[in-house]
Design a protein. Structure first.
Length: 514
């Protein structure tokens, strides 16, 4: 007790010995130390929450929270209740215990859930609803297996079958798919078509064109060609885009060329191109005569006829053929022994043949029409020169293309108005910039003036403090000197009273020295 009292007394003496400013500094330092210690204790003792499950369905999140409360395990919710966090030391234990309870279930009802909850007395309509829900859940789980998909929901609408409605008059089945893609991921047309075919082949009577796929931003992803007709339409649109891009490139090329000569704004160019997108395969067969040096070609066939006659008898005379047998008869030569021979050879040669197959790529130019207008009057010679320049720039074919060049004054009224408006806006922006700069300079000047005054006041205060300190030191020195003189005077008086003769001698000596 005495030790505590002594310690208290020492602290009291220490506190009372300090000035007001020192007391304030000590109090602030003590408060800062206490605050730092409290923060350290808080961070060292608080639970380290980590993610238990994320991207949960509302149903799964509610069941998991209920289970955690039954287990008396602290938890926190984040991301609007879709993420549950628990203490890092309990996370694996909690996951194992929840897994034994079948949690989380993925938020989708599957066929296993239906089979485990089947009860007696279920109506046919309830069975159909349960089947549709299970099918939707299974399809959603299958789609979520894709790398690009984070979550998926499938909604299937099947028409109710009726005996009183003809099959052709019943509505067709349809489906809607909502996809939440992972950050930075996109679905290609092939992947989207795969999802459509997966759902179409999983639902009876569902056609691919009755399936709609949207993402979390509301963009329709199922607008892709599925049939040959749609593919044809896409091809036509692509061809039109290619043709428009080709015309734009030629127009820009001619425009930039002529503006280098006549100046910007003084040239107007329009290009109309007709492209041939038909695929063609041309086969050329060329026949050439045999080699003139050899005077023969490749021997194809030979026909040789030989006749031989010998012995006695009549030898036919006269010209062969029917012409010699019309009016007269052949005469026989009865001149004894005779010998007759005849030889005939027929040779057939092949002609030299060459074949060439040429595949013509689509996109060839069938016709070009270029119109050029210059903002001035042109002579015929200038027009011809411009036509030549433009023709070289676009690849002009005199048998196919057409180039027209005219010179006339442009109507620049609208452009002048726009130019004046732009100039006025530029002046306004310039004035605004000047005002902003002037305001900033004024604020800077005011700040500099205030800083200068504050520096002057601080310097003056320092000088006054130094002067006051010097005056105090001078006053202290003067008071010390006065005190010394008074003490010396008193000592002299006391010595004069005690030894007057000696004092008199000393005074006489001082007088004689002077």
């Amino acid at each position: 007790m005495e030790f505590l009292n002594g310690l208290k007394q020492k602290f009291k003496e220490f506190w009372e010995s300090k000035s007001k400013a020192q007391k304030i500094r000590l109090g602030l330092s003590a408060g800062l130390v206490v605050l730092v210690m409290a923060v350290l204790i808080f961070f060292m003792t608080r639970p380290n929450y980590v993610t238990l499950y994320s991207n949960l369905d509302e149903k799964d999140a509610g069941e998991i929270v209920k289970k955690l409360e039954e287990m008396n395990i602290p938890y926190k919710l984040a991301d609007g209740g879709k993420t549950i966090l628990t203490d890092a030391k309990d996370v694996y234990k909690v996951r194992l215990e929840l897994a034994t309870e079948g949690l989380p279930g993925g938020g989708q009802i599957g066929f296993n859930d239906i089979f485990s909850k089947t009860r007696l007395g279920t109506t046919e309509w309830e069975k159909q609803v349960q089947y549709t829900q299970a099918l939707q859940g299974e399809l959603a789980r299958t789609i979520e297996e894709m790398d690009q998909v984070e979550t998926a929901r499938v909604h299937i609408v099947q028409p109710q079958k009726s005996l009183f409605i003809e099959p052709n008059a019943q509505k067709e089945a349809s489906a809607a798919v909502f996809l939440k893609l992972k950050p930075g991921k996109e679905l290609t047309e092939e992947e989207t078509r795969g999802i459509i075919n997966l759902i179409a082949h999983s639902v009876e009577g569902l056609k691919p064109e009755n399936i709609t796929i949207v993402d979390e931003y509301g963009r329709i992803l199922s607008n892709i060609p599925l049939t040959e007709e749609q593919n044809t339409g896409e091809v036509v649109n692509t061809q039109l885009a290619i043709q428009a891009n080709f015309q734009k490139q030629l127009q820009s090329s001619v425009q930039s060329l002529l503006e280098q000569i006549f100046g910007p704004g003084n040239v107007a160019v329009r290009v109309n191109a007709l492209l041939d997108f038909d695929k063609k395969t041309v086969e050329n067969r060329t026949f050439a005569p045999p080699n003139s040096e050899q005077n023969e070609g490749l021997l194809r066939s030979v026909q040789e006829l030989r006749e031989y006659f010998s012995g006695q008898g009549s030898i036919p005379e006269g010209e062969p053929g029917t012409g010699s047998n019309v009016e007269t008869y052949q005469q026989l030569n009865s001149q004894g022994t005779s010998d007759y021979q005849k030889s005939e050879v027929t040779r057939n040669y092949e002609l030299n043949e060459s074949r060439e197959n040429i595949s013509v790529a689509p996109g060839a130019v069938k016709k070009l029409t270029v119109s050029v207008v210059i903002n001035r009057e042109l002579t015929d010679e200038e027009k011809d020169r411009i036509v030549a320049l433009v023709g070289n720039a676009v690849g002009y074919d005199i048998q196919r293309d057409q180039i027209t060049v005219e010179g006339m004054a442009f109507d620049t009224q609208l452009s002048d108005i726009l130019a004046r408006q732009l100039a006025e806006e530029a002046r306004n922006r310039q004035r605004q910039r000047i005002m902003v700069i002037a305001t900033l300079l004024a604020l800077a000047a005011i700040a500099a003036f205030a800083y200068r005054n504050s520096v002057r006041r601080k310097f003056r205060a320092m000088e006054e403090e130094k002067l006051a300190q010097k005056l105090a030191e001078a006053q202290q020195a003067a008071s010390v000197e006065i005190d010394e003189k008074e003490e010396l005077y008193k000592n002299v008086q006391r010595l004069a009273r005690q030894r007057p003769e000696e004092v008199a001698k000393i005074i006489r000596t001082w007088l004689n020295e002077e």
